[in-house]
Ligand binder design. Sequence first.
Ligand code: NAD
Length: 456
Amino acid sequence: MIEISEILRGHREFFATATTRDLDWRRQQLRALKAVIKAKEAKIMAALHADLGKGDFEAYTSEIGFLYEEISHAIRELDEWAAPRHVPTPIFLAPARSYVRPEPLGVVLVMAPWNYPFQLALAPLVAAIAAGNCVVVKPSEISAKTADVVAEVIREAFTPSFVSVVLGGVEASTELLKQRFDHIFFTGGAAVGRVVLRAAAEHLTPVTLELGGKSPCVVDATTDLKVAARRIVWGKFFNAGQTCVAPDYLLVEARAAEALVRHMRAAVRDFFGEDPSASPDYGRIINDRHFARLEGFLDNTKILHGGERKRDSLYFAPTLIDAPDNKSPAMLEEIFGPILPIKTWTHAAEAKAEIESRSRPLAFYCFTRDDDMRDFFMEGISFGGGCINNTLVHLANPHLPFGGVGESGMGRYHGRDGFMAFSHQKSIVDSALRPDIPLKYPPYKGRLKWIRAFVR
Ligand code: NAD
């Protein structure tokens, strides 16, 4: 196997040629990526099915089609993103003009998780290419079939000194993290996020951390409970609940709880039939370890719906439970699977306090028709991003930055924000040579009163 330090050397040399500075060249690379993905759609879908039992609809919308959108958006907007941005110049610096010129950071590392293993490896790559960087991509070893296809796509689309891929687990990641990168873009859990941040500190490398956590969903009695139920069930059981922004627990106004649960049961049946294990649209748990972890959440809980599972095929039914007490693992840890604990409240302040007793979530969802209630939660709670009367869809808008806050992450991407995450904003004052106003030069005697006239 080629040494990681050798790969980095190749990238540094290629970056130094300034090839990536050219915007047309970057667009060509993005087009090449899209063409290779198009040619391999069936193979990508087969890998996603093998790793996660992902049906074609989910695979296309949340992984492949999502990338097409990001690529097309970047190609369309690149000139504008990369253009120098002129800013005003204060009078005491006149005559001059000032501007900000984005420049690529250099050689960057993208580390991806296993839950959307294609999209989460390649969407940061799209942003990094748009911004003109050389990139090392490290897919998750846990979604091994998709990791192989990611590697194949990258090797076909790019010259290896521009974009490379490193496969492997902790050992490969550890080796990578010893290197000096110009940026590390990590998507995964908070525990490994800390490992990444510590390693980055060694080289003063800036990082983006796209982490997870417990994302709450609040429902009050004023909303359309049937629509709310359908949208929550859709968002929760998409990818069998293995979504970083899936509703992790539900806080429903007590007087609406019974009806909401009834509508949710009906929605599960509508979407996946009487036996979801037979539905081509319902995914599987990634592996045995995560299956066992999810089973643990059901200990000593009251199951309201679902709960069936088949370990040999990693099938875990869409499951609704009565929320156990706050010291139980289901209310302490990110669930990251198809189990939704449901808790009731009488006053909105109780729901807010419940959310604020945990670290700031990656996503927050609020279903209500009441404007005061909406403002109470949307303004009162800190969270990465979210929706009013919907789930998940905020991340499909490339005009919205996507990222966490506090324990759910640092930095953001998608669309222009992705370009910015992988760019340095170089600030420049361009002064006229004449007149050469002497006010700023020593000897300063008698000059301060003039400066005071401008700077007050
Ligand atoms: P993870 O943190 O276990 O792994 C992520 C990456 O880190 C993988 O490439 C893995 O190989 C590598 N890694 C694992 N252990 C390591 C170690 N000790 N040292 C160095 N590298 C190591 O995450 P995961 O289990 O793949 O994904 C689940 C988590 O990711 C959940 O918490 C979820 O919420 C979060 N997530 C966040 C987003 C987001 O966009 N914010 C998206 C998807 C998943």
